[in-house]
Ligand binder design. Structure first.
Ligand code: FAD
Length: 373
């Protein structure tokens, strides 16, 4: 949608067509942020690139051409201002993803973009410069592919876009689920004793060669299958590839700002259950530790959890992998093989943390692709 808007805005004489396989626009967007659409994030460009965990540096140029401020301005000018929540996450003040889609749809309409619904692009005929859909064909001077990834396939982004990229001589990396919950078969998960307990601001570490390395610090929740919440999702992007080779051991520090000495003193003076009041740890968790016996410090500061796999692509927020970035010019989003084809959004091998990064990436790269179309 942003690619089509930018193409028409910047090439007013061009005829711009948006081909969408669904009968409506932005189906995945409508689910985003729990229906509230966390559409951007208020951080510096450097932080944005850092938190774009897969190929963030690819975005250097694009992020200067269409900035995070530009995203905000685009929606504010259209009458939909943002509000900032924790971790600098931005939502529309109305808290409705549908309102974000409405702004995009209205802008497309005002600019005169021809939206064609229920057109599934199945083939690209480079020789005759046309795309073949389930209903017919469309000729093009320039084609932007923005077919999304492969997660939540019922929204329309089911990986068909990768086939179109492969058909036109591009390479696609292995597609894995990312920003996805973690699955553990550990006894503590199977017993469901901690199910439903959530912890804010947990330091998640990974154990490698008997050493612990900090991975992510964020909120987590224990579920019937393992670990979820933004902390777990962020971790998935780091351990995805390692999980292909075998289980990964994590250690959770539930009180990262409290030293072992401080904690030991508190437990000695006031007892383990006092930590519910002093530090807000869930009482059920403390009772579980008490029942377990052993060293409570270890359970609180280095809680071990073995991750065997992640939930599937069906349940992942984004896809890890996509069109290889070496095939794409990062300044223009044009294909290096066929400059009359460009790419935008999640179908490229670029993704960030949950929290507004991925929709922003789609807007930024979409805008740039449209500009150079
Ligand atoms: C449940 C959920 C919640 C999320 N929440 C957030 C959030 O709050 N913040 C955030 O930043 N990110 C979030 N994400 C990720 C974010 O929604 C995606 O990264 C983003 O939508 C990608 O945009 P895109 O335009 O590249 O692809 P998509 O939004 O997937 O759009 C691709 C479009 O192309 C169409 N299409 C695909 N193939 C074809 C074809 N062959 N022919 C015609 N049309 C085709 C699809 O129908 C679809 O409409 C969430 C994802 C999920 C699944």
């Amino acid at each position: 949608m942003m690619a089509a808007i930018s193409a028409k805005k910047n090439h007013t004489d061009a005829q711009v067509y948006l081909l969408e396989r669904n009968h409506t626009l932005g189906m995945k967007l409508s689910l985003s942020g729990g229906g509230r659409c966390n559409l951007s994030v208020r951080v510096s460009p450097e932080q944005f690139i850092k938190d774009t965990v897969r190929n963030g540096k690819f975005l250097y140029s694009a992020l200067q051409q269409f900035t995070l401020d530009d995203i905000e301005q685009f929606f504010t000018e259209a009458g939909l201002p943002f509000k900032e929540e924790d971790h600098h996450r931005l939502f529309p003040t109305t808290e409705k993803a549908e309102d974000v889609i409405a702004v995009l749809r209205q802008t497309l309409k005002e600019l005169g973009v021809n939206i064609k619904y229920q057109q599934t692009v199945k083939q690209i005929d480079l020789q005759n410069k046309q795309v073949v859909t389930n209903q017919g064909s469309f000729v093009f001077d320039h084609l932007i592919l923005a077919c999304g990834g492969k997660s939540y396939p019922t929204t329309g982004s089911d990986g068909l876009g990768y086939q179109l990229a492969l058909q036109t001589d591009h390479s696609v990396t292995k597609i894995l689920p990312a920003e996805v919950s973690l699955v553990s078969n550990d006894a503590i998960i199977q017993s469901k004793e901690l199910q439903g307990l959530s912890f804010p601001d947990v330091q998640i570490k990974i154990k490698k060669n008997n050493k612990y390395k900090d991975l992510v610090r964020h909120d987590v929740i224990f579920t019937h299958f393992g670990l979820s919440g933004p902390g777990a999702l962020r971790t998935s992007s780091h351990i995805n590839k390692q999980l292909q080779k075998g289980p990964v051991t994590l250690a959770l520090d539930f009180l990262a700002d409290v030293s072992n000495e401080q904690l030991a003193k508190e437990i000695k003076t006031n007892g383990l259950l006092s930590l519910a009041k002093t530090y807000g740890l869930p009482k059920r968790f403390l009772q579980f530790i008490e029942k377990q016996g052993g060293d409570p410090l270890m359970q609180i500061k280095r809680f071990p959890l073995t991750i065997y796999t992640t939930r599937s692509l069906q349940q992942a927020f984004v896809s890890d992998g996509g069109i290889k970035i070496k095939d794409i010019d990062p300044k223009t989003m044009q294909s290096k093989m066929h400059p009359n084809i460009s790419f935008a959004g999640e179908m490229m091998d670029v993704h960030g943390y949950t929290g507004g990064y991925n929709i922003s990436i789609a807007f930024i790269t979409g805008y740039v692709a449209g500009y150079y179309a």
